[in-house]
Write a protein that binds this ligand. Structure first.
Ligand SMILES: NC(=O)c1ccc[n+]([C@@H]2O[C@H](COP(=O)([O-])OP(=O)(O)OC[C@H]3O[C@@H](n4cnc5c(N)ncnc54)[C@H](OP(=O)(O)O)[C@@H]3O)[C@@H](O)[C@H]2O)c1
Length: 289
């Protein structure tokens, strides 16, 4: 019997996170466990029970993890000791109709400060062959930014502290109504996703040689358009969107495969294709803010 493995997914009581748990649990072994984590105890328990009652083979454990609580992340990492698979997936919903100043704290804390905290806490605990995948998006490349701030995000991609500091500058600029004139723009998702990829790149810069020697992968994921409550308000045409289950399939293949393309390490990857940090791919959207 092979050693039992542990996988953890944040923001997993619905949407892509839940589909990742379902897919992992269906494909891992009975002696493995998948931690379905989320911020609300009732939603977490209901989702874990539903996934366990479905196609799950591995044990599914619901755990409360509010990723805006930095101590909770470090405590859970310490409790687990070592880990095999982490999907840092949680996100704070945004609405095209709401004032960015009202949303930026939740976005910055859920998608950015939590991401750097997850990387700090879990990258050093990855077992040989482990995977730490930050769910970002096609908006996470430098070409999506205004030219005024491209250099700042590129420069921050060298340390997690620098990424956090830039996120704080962006957050203050949004609150002070300076974001547009300073080049951060009004669509929060862009600086947020670029900063997530910057954080992955910062960690990769430090860990690449050791991680690749041990078959460990740290990577940002662009899952493609998925039909969830989070994406629907932003796109007029969802006819091409994947279901969450479809979107979870390739990332779980990657998480469970014995090998991976080393070109993925530290990069933003969509369907086995690296999206270049500087140029990315064009993304249509209907954002009005
Ligand atoms: N949908 C798309 O088309 C698309 C495209 C590209 C990338 N993505 C990325 O894919 C990921 C998942 O997106 P999604 O569409 O599945 O979003 P979603 O349906 O809104 O799910 C987000 C999950 O995050 C959880 N969450 C929110 N705040 C949290 C916190 N403080 N602590 C822990 N969990 C928290 C939510 O829990 P509650 O139920 O408690 O709110 C929910 O389970 C995100 O990183 C998103 O940016 C999505």
């Amino acid at each position: 019997m092979t050693a039992s493995r542990t996988a953890l997914v944040t923001g997993a009581n619905q949407g892509l996170g839940r589909a990742l748990v379902e897919e992992l649990a269906a494909r891992m072994a009975p002696h493995d466990r998948v931690l379905l984590t989320g911020r609300d105890p009732d939603r977490v328990q209901a989702a874990a029970a539903a996934v366990a009652a479905g196609q799950a083979i591995a044990r599914v454990e619901g755990r409360v993890l509010d990723v805006r609580d930095g101590d909770a992340i470090t405590d859970l990492a310490a409790e687990l000791g070592e880990i095999d698979i982490v999907f840092s997936n949680a996100t704070s919903r945004m609405s095209p109709h709401d004032d960015p100043a009202d949303q930026v704290d939740a976005v910055a804390e859920t998608s950015n400060l939590a991401t750097t905290r997850m990387l700090r806490a879990f990258a050093p605990r990855l077992r040989a062959g482990g995977r730490l995948i930050v769910v970002a998006s096609a908006l996470g490349t430098l070409d999506k930014l205004d030219h005024q701030v491209v250099g700042r995000f590129a420069a921050a991609a060298t340390s997690l502290d620098a990424v956090d500091a830039l996120v704080e500058e962006w957050r203050h600029a949004v609150h002070d109504r300076r974001a547009e004139e300073e080049g951060f723009g009004t669509w929060l998702n862009i600086p947020s996703k670029v900063a997530q990829v910057a954080a992955v790149r910062a960690v990769a810069q430090e860990r690449r040689a050791n991680d690749l020697a041990q078959d460990r992968l740290v990577m940002a994921l662009c899952p493609g358009l998925i039909d969830t409550d989070a994406s629907r308000p932003w796109f007029e045409d969802m006819s091409q969107a994947q279901t969450p289950a479809e979107a979870a399939s390739w990332p779980v293949d990657l998480a469970l495969a014995g090998t991976f393309d080393p070109a993925f390490y530290g990069e933003l990857v969509q369907f086995a294709r690296v999206l270049p940090w500087e140029t990315g791919i064009p993304v249509p959207h209907t954002a009005t803010t």
